[in-house]
Design a protein around this ligand. Structure first.
Ligand SMILES: *Cc1c(COP(=O)(O)O)cnc(C)c1O
Length: 430
């Protein structure tokens, strides 16, 4: 891949009319979906240009979702980063509290936007894919609000592992369809949702859950999630009078990262860092880090970095966090990576688990395991920066869903209390 995009347009102007972010993105779908995607693209543009649609969405984000979410100065986490750093100092760490949004994560920003769009298009039914169940719950919530019929595809392995989210979806009135093919996880659920949509596109909208899939989905999801970055920018100016020096977010499909990065993308002075799931190590099947270890390929309708074997078969993935456990990533992240605008790193299960406990103990905030990957990176970076600098972290979700898994992992390595004693330099009451 060449390093720079051919055009001189600012990076924020992507995608082009064909849905390409540089050479990534596009629309690699069966003929039956081409017209539907073109129509969706037009409907989305028209909605976003309509002040009435924007007013209605803003109203919902405010009174139903709970926006704006807070920008929080994480003094305890900053002190902890300083205690771990070689200099004994740390930049100030700020958290954008998406964990405080309704249903406990950023995903609701996108599902409310797409459900409102569904209503505008006159469709009565929505479908979605889900892995950990978080996007399924956010979609079922939006569908309940708008009175839409809702079918959620979920791998049978995930149905077993994420039982509580299955119950939540059913309570919200959604129908959960178990997928028994392939690895019985997110990738297979996505295939089935696409198959459903091909047969039902006249009456049904497919609410995709991240900045992936064929054009215009990466654009739509990014724009609905950009509220995170737009609010953050204003809140940072209010709190410390300027842009942050560095913004950190975890990357699964890439929607919470794209949402917080995009409003900063043309601000050259703001360093942007995406954090992938490093899992148990760099060998194939041990991680979920396509930007770190993958290569360009086509998955679920667009060209981006993908974890694949030599014959182009999608590789198995692993992460302690179900929401990062996906072999692909949004095409805009591939574009930002190759343009050198965003740097991407990966954080192992072990480091994420340390950071999970760190945030619990230093701030009284239990983060999602996905989010803990970003927290780990932020602690390390802040410790290498100057005290006068500011690091903004997207606290993408809360960890209620992860407490059993975190407890299991912590016990396996000697118990949570023991872990914290080695991490923080203060005695922990037992
Ligand atoms: C789903 C999820 C993610 C990963 O998805 P992105 O599209 O990469 O944002 C990250 N954090 C939380 C809390 C999630 O629920």
């Amino acid at each position: 891949m060449t390093a720079a995009p051919a055009s001189t347009a600012p990076l924020s102007a992507a995608p082009d009319a064909l849905g390409r972010f540089g050479e990534f993105g596009g629309t690699f779908v069966p003929e039956t979906l081409v017209a539907a995607l073109a129509d969706l693209s037009e409907q989305f543009e028209s909605a976003m240009g309509d002040p009435e649609f924007r007013r209605e969405l803003d109203g919902l984000l405010s009174t139903f979702v709970g926006r704006p979410t807070a920008l929080y100065k994480a003094g305890g986490l900053t002190r902890l980063a300083a205690s771990k750093s070689a200099s004994g100092k740390s930049a100030t760490i700020w958290l954008k509290r998406e964990d405080l949004a309704h249903t406990g994560a950023h995903k609701i920003n996108n599902t409310m936007g797409q459900a409102l769009l569904t209503q505008r298009m006159g469709k009565q039914r929505v479908i979605a894919e889900t892995g950990a169940g978080q996007h399924g719950v956010a979609t079922a919530t939006a569908a309940a609000h708008f009175g839409l019929q809702c079918d959620v595809y979920m791998g049978s392995e995930d149905v077993r592992r994420q039982h509580i989210n299955v119950v939540r979806m059913k309570l919200l009135g959604a129908n959960v369809i178990e997928v028994d093919s392939g690895s019985r996880t997110l990738k297979d659920a996505t295939n089935e949702a696409m198959r459903d949509w091909m047969a039902s596109v006249e009456s049904t909208h497919y609410i995709l859950g991240s900045v992936v899939g064929p054009h215009p989905f990466p654009r739509i999801v990014r724009d609905f999630q950009s509220v995170i970055g737009v609010e953050s920018k204003e809140q940072c100016r209010e709190a410390f009078g300027r842009e942050p020096d560095c913004v950190v977010a975890c990357v699964g499909g890439g929607s919470n990262a794209a949402g917080i990065f995009h409003p900063f993308i043309d601000d050259a002075g703001v360093e942007l860092v995406g954090v992938e799931a490093g899992g148990r190590g760099a060998s194939a099947g041990s991680h979920a880090a396509p930007l770190t270890h993958g290569s360009p390929g086509i998955l679920h309708g667009s060209l981006s970095y993908v974890l694949q074997d030599d014959s182009g078969q999608t590789a198995p993935v692993h992460s302690c966090s179900a929401g990062l456990d996906y072999p692909g990533v949004g095409p805009e992240h591939a574009f930002w990576k190759d343009a050198g605008r965003v740097s991407y790193s990966s954080v192992s299960d072990e480091r994420a688990l340390d950071a999970f406990v760190d945030l619990c103990r230093s701030e009284g905030i239990i983060p999602a395991l996905e989010t803990a990957h970003a927290i780990a990176e932020a602690i390390e970076r802040a410790g290498r920066m100057d005290e006068s600098q500011h690091v903004l972290v997207n606290c993408s979700g809360r960890g209620d869903k992860d407490v059993d898994e975190a407890d299991r992992l912590l016990r396996a390595r000697g118990g949570p209390a023991q872990t914290i004693a080695t991490v923080v330099d203060v005695p922990v009451p037992r």
